[in-house]
Design a protein around this ligand. Structure first.
Ligand code: ZN
Length: 218
């Protein structure tokens, strides 16, 4: 079977997002870049995460053409391809519909740098895209643009996308984003949230580089 390891990684990550309650039903999707940089393995469209096997995964090129697979690829395939094309450092993309990130997606409010782990793993802020219907090239372009150099982006009135150099970092980014969105929501209810100073955000991002590299090796 072509790309067996990557297929297994996508299946395991898909189960994780479901078990960690980051999405419900069959919404959301996961992809892993294959060793040849211009291929990725992605979840099929509309299938039950808990019943997926490695053989159900779809191998595509970064133009969205199916190379191998018996099912249709995820409807957000174009978004995954666009992000891989723009970000050479990204090997895993996880799209989910978590509650507090979705609250910000409805408010169309960026998540500012409020908490250290968010800044270290995700970046200086999490932007919200303009609204676009799901599944098309337009959403793909807007998501890749709003993602920028950060490791998470919020899709307006829809959900979130988190990326990483490996599965562990991408899944942890999903949880850190959701936790940070929750903190921001409660802080706004209770008063006026403070943000980290710009120069300290830069220092935290710099300090996180060695830390994330060591983490990746374990
Ligand atoms: Zn979605």
């Amino acid at each position: 079977m072509m790309f067996g390891e990557e297929r297994k990684a996508v299946v395991e990550a898909s189960r994780e997002i479901f078990e960690r309650k980051l999405t419900v039903g069959t919404w959301g999707n996961v992809s892993v870049r294959a060793e040849e940089k211009d291929r990725c393995v992605i979840t099929p469209s509309g299938m039950d995460y808990m019943k997926l096997d490695p053989e159900d995964m779809v191998v595509v090129d970064l133009e969205g053409n199916v190379i191998d697979g018996r099912w249709k690829p995820s409807t957000e395939l174009a978004m995954h391809c666009e992000i891989y094309k723009k970000r050479d450092d990204v090997n895993v993309i996880v799209h989910t519909h978590p509650i507090f990130s979705s609250v910000l997606s409805v408010l169309k409010e960026d998540l500012p740098p409020i908490i250290e782990d968010m800044v270290m793993l995700i970046g200086e802020r999490v932007r919200v895209t303009e609204y676009t219907l799901p599944g098309g090239k337009e959403l793909a372009l807007k998501a890749a643009e709003a993602l920028g150099k950060n490791n998470a982006v919020i899709l307006a009135n829809h959900g979130s996308v988190c990326v990483g150099s490996d599965v562990k970092k991408a899944l942890t980014a999903c949880e850190v984003l959701e936790k940070s969105a929750q903190i921001y929501f409660y802080a706004k209810l209770a008063g006026k949230p403070s943000t980290l100073p710009k120069e300290d955000v830069e220092k935290l991002i710099e300090a996180s580089k060695g830390y994330l590299e060591r983490w990746g090796q374990k």
